[in-house]
Ligand binder design. Structure first.
Ligand code: C2E
Ligand code: CA
Ligand code: CA
Length: 619
């Protein structure tokens, strides 16, 4: 150690000079001076030794206390010593690593170029700093942040290498978690909305000639009630299983969850079978889930679109999917709607459609009412008809009411449009009356906006009076959401007065809302229209069958009539009849048809249609 600290300590040199001069010093003064110099030298050497000792002790303490791993290597890059943190991080004791090259710790993840850069930096700059993957004695690999420093002798030759490193595996894991949270839905492990945007963008960029993208947005019907009935945890498990089933089915495609009970699917394809694809997908997903000892069959509402036909960039395709889903939901549950240009008319084009609707209202000719018959299940006799609005757009063709009614509601056209429907239906009734045809009540759909904005009651009364049609022939269909819409104020007294005037009132789409039984009990209504979502899977779906039976029993208790909607098969009809459902409406009996067709049937002129001979339907 001497040479190390004597070089820069002049007092020691002076002391050595004094020692050398002592034998030669003649006079007392010279001897004293030489001795003084020697004394000073000895004192300085002692002090230097103390300082070095303290420094070493401090160094050792720092090594001991450091949470960073420290290793000191010799010039040949062999480990001389390590600190306890080194042992803690790597699992190796000093004994095990002394004399070894630190490369013994390598996880083998870095290539030759990496180590070339490492040595180049260490040799030219005297240091290297960066992330490096090592392997612990226990075998697991981990990333560390390493700072390696070369310490040189005066001559510039490297004497030691000192490495300081921190285990950053936890930090890295957190970083990965953060990344996962940013892009992955934690419940299902599927891509989230943000990631789906990216994936869609990338799929679009990689589309080759002749290829297209099929996309579907899937919403589970009534998931809230599943959550309420089974508990949130079971609901979460169901969502995760739903996601798994979907992902397995769409192998090679993209499946993600947008949140809540909304899932998205994308597939690249050369087929042009979009609707069949969605239908198969829905079939696969509506197969029952066995959960908590129950067999659960889910209803699904699907909005879909196809690229490049319906759009070329990910954000407009997303918008279109959402507007298709929104429109599908307006049709009730268990419905698939592919995007139609009329559904999504941003800015000018939407205004254009609204203007077209306004013009259609003003000039007539494009709007029509179609009628769908309702039948008694006892004998098949005709008991009523629902009036359904149709718009024959000159350019777009038939536009579905599910699409243009929301537009009319948003743009203040619902009151005149609803008014037109009322007038048209009453006019038609009066025409049939005058023609001496057997007339049954016609039911019209009433939008919340008609209750909120227009003077519905006086319009109805004036119109019925003008055409001399009895009030009892015009039934009103209100959905649960209309009744619960606060903007309409307290609808109870208004419904009471409408009924007192002779109107019949039905709750439309019954079962899709959340009205409580006690609420229903106090409502002045005549009829429940059981939503077709409950009818669709009859008679096989046990849950739906149970719901239908419960609704029928409840309605009987409340003295309400029930009409079940959407009957398409004889099996559905037979089940409903066996359960005592009094009335039905659906494609099995008749699709909505123009007034002329109804007239032909009423007069018995047309016997080819399924409901042609309505009095003796094969029920
Ligand atoms: P909604 O009141 O539930 O009408 C029944 C819908 O179910 C009609 O669709 C009808 O065509 C369809 N449907 C009837 N039987 C069957 C069947 O067996 N199977 C299937 N899959 N569907 C069946 P549409 O005519 O497209 O009407 C859709 C919705 O538009 C109506 O649903 C109603 O909410 C609204 N809407 C129609 N006309 C009017 C109207 O004049 N005023 C108002 N406010 N809304 C209307
Ligand atoms: Ca209706
Ligand atoms: Ca309905």
């Amino acid at each position: 150690m001497w040479p190390l600290f004597t070089l820069n300590r002049p007092l020691i040199w002076l002391g050595m000079l004094g020692l050398a001069a002592l034998p030669w010093a003649g006079g007392v003064g010279s001897r004293l001076t030489a001795m003084l110099l020697l004394g000073l030298g000895i004192w300085d050497a002692w002090r230097a030794s103390r300082q070095e000792h303290a420094r070493r002790a401090l160094g050792e303490q720092v090594m001991l206390a450091s949470e960073d791993g420290i290793m000191i290597c010799d010039a040949r890059h062999r480990i001389l010593t390590v600190n306890p943190a080194f042992t803690q991080i790597t699992g190796y004791s000093l004994k095990e690593v002394r004399g070894q090259d630190p490369s013994m710790l390598s996880a083998g993840r870095h290539d030759k170029a990496f180590y070339d850069r490492y040595w180049q930096s260490l040799n030219s700059l005297g240091k290297w700093e960066g992330e490096i993957w090592n392997q612990r004695k226990q075998g697991d690999q981990y990333p560390e942040w390493l700072r390696m420093q070369a310490y040189q002798e005066d001559g510039g030759k490297v004497k030691h290498y000192v490495g300081l490193f921190t285990d950053i595996s936890r930090h890295k894991a957190r970083e990965q978690d953060m990344q996962r949270i940013g892009f992955e839905d934690p419940l299902t492990g599927l891509p989230n909305r943000r990631r789906l945007h990216e994936l869609l963008g990338s799929r679009l960029r990689h589309l080759r000639a002749g290829e297209g993208l099929d996309m579907a947005l899937i919403d589970i019907d009534g998931f809230k009630s599943i959550n309420d009935a089974m508990g949130v945890e079971a609901g979460d498990r169901l969502l995760a299983r739903f996601g798994q089933r979907l992902a397995r089915y769409v192998a090679g495609g993209v499946v993600g969850r947008l949140g809540g009970d909304e899932f998205m699917v994308i597939r690249t394809t050369t087929f042009d079978d979009h609707d069949a694809w969605v239908a198969e997908l829905s079939d696969h997903l509506t197969a029952p889930f066995e959960q908590e000892g129950q067999s659960l069959r889910l209803g699904l509402t699907v909005g879909s679109c196809r690229a490049p036909d319906d759009g070329r960039d990910s954000s407009s395709l997303f918008q279109r999917l959402e507007s298709a889903l929104y429109s599908a939901k307006r049709h009730g549950r268990n419905h698939h709607q592919r995007f139609q240009p009329a559904l999504d008319q941003p800015g000018d084009r939407q205004l254009e459609l609204v203007n077209d609707l306004r013009a259609a209202l003003a000039h007539g000719g494009q709007l029509e009412l179609h009628y769908q018959t309702q039948h008694s299940l006892k004998d098949g006799s005709l008991v009523g008809m629902e009036a359904l609005l149709r718009w024959r757009h000159p350019r777009l063709g038939m536009v579905s009411p599910g699409d243009f009614i929301p537009l009319a509601e948003r743009h203040g056209l619902m009151t005149p449009l609803g008014g037109w429907v009322i007038e048209q239906a009453i006019n038609q009734l009066s025409h049939w009356q005058q023609a001496g045809l057997p007339v049954v009540p016609v039911w019209v759909n009433i939008s919340a906006l008609q209750l909120i904005q227009g003077d519905l009651e006086s319009r109805l009364a004036a119109c019925l009076a003008r055409y001399q049609v009895p009030t009892s022939l015009l039934g009103l269909e209100l959905t649960e959401s209309v009744l619960l819409d606060e903007r309409a104020g307290d609808v109870y007294p208004r419904m009471t007065s409408l009924r007192e005037k002779g109107h019949q009132i039905a709750i439309d789409d019954f079962g899709t809302g959340y009205s409580s039984l006690s609420y229903l009990k106090r409502l002045p209504i005549d009829k429940l229209k059981l939503d077709r979502a409950f009818v669709r899977a009859l008679p096989d779906d046990k849950a739906d069958a149970a719901i239908v039976c419960a609704v029928l029993a409840m309605a009987e208790g409340l003295l309400l009539r029930v009409v079940a909607e959407g009957i398409e098969t004889p099996a559905q009809r037979d089940f409903l009849r066996d359960q005592g459902c009094p009335e039905v409406q659906g494609f099995l009996f008749s699709r909505p048809v123009p007034a002329s067709e109804i007239e032909a049937r009423l007069s018995g002129r047309n016997s080819t249609s399924s409901a042609g001979n309505m009095a003796s339907l094969p029920v």
